[in-house]
Ligand binder design. Structure first.
Ligand code: ZN
Length: 106
């Protein structure tokens, strides 16, 4: 489970990272272990690139309003998309996006 450190940074465990990745929308024409959709900008993320590089990803909270540090509240997004999140509580948006089938352009 994620921890808030003394410097107010958040530490994510391996399990958190796994949960964040697994909670992000799948692409029907890509391996779900390798590529997922960033729910903010709708471009794909590359699992092999954490934090740095093109199409990299980081852990983000789905709901910041009722902040829970549990894995179900985590999702993978691009680092640069953090500031573009739709609202503090993105649970409904995430649900809606996951109900749609997404494919990556070739
Ligand atoms: Zn993005």
């Amino acid at each position: 489970m994620a921890k808030i450190l003394e410097n107010n940074k958040i530490e994510f465990s391996k399990e958190d990272m796994k949960a964040a990745w697994n909670n992000s929308p799948k692409l029907i024409n890509r391996d779900e272990d390798e590529f997922r959709l960033c729910f903010i900008c709708k471009f794909f993320m590359d699992h092999s690139k954490f934090e740095k590089g093109d199409f990299s990803w980081v852990c983000e909270f789905i709901d910041l309003k009722n902040l829970r540090l549990t894995p179900d509240n985590l999702i993978a997004i691009h680092p640069q998309c953090r500031e573009f999140r739709h609202k503090d509580d993105c649970s409904k948006i995430v649900k809606k996006i996951k109900a749609t089938q997404w494919s990556a352009a070739n």
